[in-house]
Design a binder for this molecule. Structure first.
Ligand code: NAD
Length: 463
């Protein structure tokens, strides 16, 4: 990886930025409702008036088409800001708590307060959205923020740095570009919160580093998200929705269906419908359609090409080394112990495994780490309940893929190896807030029973 001139690797510069943000925070400059609302509106107009610049950078880094870039990186953020502005007043309010008998005369309050200086570490697959979406929560909750974007999407990182520098005082919100070295320096700083989106392995590093200072973390990670197609599914619709979720951003989506578990009775039909969906979305030649993304780097391209050996290619299989594109590919006759079934695929390759009973599916999924997402296509309420009630996963859909992520009404996050914590909508506000409990005691009277001098105290308390 070449070292960009924009990387910040000087420890003094980084600790200076953190120090300035601390001061800004302690000067109470981020906390009022008026400041939060104004900052969110500034962010909103920054995005709206630079849509084309952002989409251009996404095209250069990932060959994202306009429609995909708008829907998954811009529109979703504008909706999140709109939702946050609408509800912020209610979220910010202190809540009164009930008083127990022994506390009569006092009042209890739960007060949301910002943590302080937050660090947002973003991945490359939705490089704009996954940096700005947590930022909305950080600002809404009254924090300052430092964004460390991914080094694999340099055009988006540059645009983000320039736009945020024009919009915010760096003591409030700033971008620090860099790779591992920069992140390591950042992690040594006296931060108040770390919000990380990325791989499971790096998530472990982040948590370990944060643990040294007991800095609270949110970890938005990945994993192998199963997609189950039961015998009674609407197969045509299922195929379309599965292919939509798998081919978006060329499969480089944290909640993309990773592998297919298909009831043996509908396998042949499903493969035919998946092929139909590919043709419908991208025409006869996906790679030249102009609507299909590319793999982010040569290293990831080579890793993905290896998986084509792991089964029988029944759809796609073609690729272009020059453009780093791989067509949506379905692999049949895949074994559980093959390499494509070990780690998250993170590309447009979809292995397919047949099953006969739902119990078989449940026990197969339980053999693996708890997934970030799970998708089930079935018309049966009983099958839906069985899967939802027996399998643990971050979130998911019945009869759709990835759409649960695109609504501020549903908290989004993983469980077990797929992550810790949740965000989007109110969950973002809560993630970036500490809920401080305060008991305000009366001075009008006092109870003797709580003091050691009261002989009757045990009797009174037990009453
Ligand atoms: P990554 O873990 O390689 O990198 C994420 C960030 O961590 C980058 O900013 C990178 O610079 C930094 N980083 C990398 N190595 C580091 C190290 N040793 N020490 C400190 N920082 C380091 O992830 P990625 O390849 O950018 O993204 C792909 C992964 O992210 C996939 O596993 C995917 O599932 C996951 N993901 C999860 C979500 C979610 O919301 N849960 C969303 C998108 C991606």
């Amino acid at each position: 990886m070449k070292h960009s001139e924009y990387y910040v690797t000087d420890e003094n510069i980084i600790s200076n930025i953190v120090e300035k943000q601390k001061r800004y925070f302690y000067e109470q400059k981020t906390k009022s409702k008026a400041v939060r609302v104004q900052a969110l509106k500034d962010l909103q107009s920054m995005i709206k008036s630079n849509e084309e610049v952002i989409m251009e950078a996404l095209k250069k880094d990932l060959n994202k088409s306009e429609i995909e870039a708008y829907a998954s990186e811009i529109g979703i953020l504008l909706e999140e800001i709109r939702f946050t502005l609408k509800h912020l007043d209610g979220w910010m309010k202190s809540k009164k708590a009930k008083t127990v008998m022994t506390h009569i005369g006092s009042k209890g309050y739960i007060i949301p307060e910002p943590y302080g200086v937050t660090l947002i570490i973003a991945p490359w697959n939705y490089p704009f959205q996954l940096a700005i979406s947590p930022l909305i929560g950080a600002i809404a909750a009254g924090n300052t923020a430092i964004i460390k974007p991914s080094e694999l999407t340099p055009n988006v990182s540059r645009v983000m740095e320039e736009l945020l520098a024009k919009t915010f005082d760096p003591s409030f919100v700033t971008v620090i570009e860099g790779a591992v070295e920069t992140t390591q320096i950042l992690l040594k700083q006296p931060l108040d919160y770390i919000f990380f989106t990325g791989s499971v392995n790096v998530g472990k590093v982040i948590m370990q580093e944060a643990g040294k200072q007991l800095i609270p973390v949110t970890l938005e990670l990945g994993g192998k998200s199963p997609c189950i197609v039961h015998r009674d599914a609407n197969v045509e619709l299922a195929a379309k929705r599965i292919m939509f979720g798998k081919s978006m951003n060329a499969g480089q989506t944290c909640v993309a269906p990773d592998y297919l578990l298909v009831h043996k009775d509908v396998k042949v039909q499903l493969i035919a419908q998946l092929q139909k969906a590919v043709t419908q979305f991208y025409g006869e030649d996906v790679l030249t359609s102009g609507r299909y993304g590319r793999i982010v780097s040569e290293r990831h391209f080579d890793r993905l090409i290896e998986f084509l050996q792991d089964g029988k290619v029944v759809i796609g299989g073609n690729y272009n080394e020059e453009t780093l594109q791989i067509a949506p590919t379905v692999l049949d006759e895949v074994k559980w112990d093959s390499s494509v079934m070990q780690d998250e695929i993170f590309g447009p390759i979809l292995p397919l495994i047949e099953y006969e009973s739902v119990d078989e599916v449940v026990s197969a999924v339980h053999q693996k780490a708890k997934p970030l997402a799970l998708y089930l296509f079935s018309e049966s309420e009983e099958v839906q309940q069985q899967i939802i009630n027996t399998v643990s996963f971050g979130g998911g859909c019945i009869n759709d893929t990835i759409m649960h992520l695109a609504t501020p009404h549903l908290p989004f996050g993983g469980v077990g190896e797929s992550g810790i914590g949740q965000y989007h909508g109110e969950a973002s506000f809560k993630t970036f807030s500490h809920f401080k409990s305060v008991l305000k005691q009366t001075t009008k009277f006092d109870f003797a029973f709580k003091y050691p001098s009261d002989n009757q105290s045990l009797k009174t308390i037990k009453k």
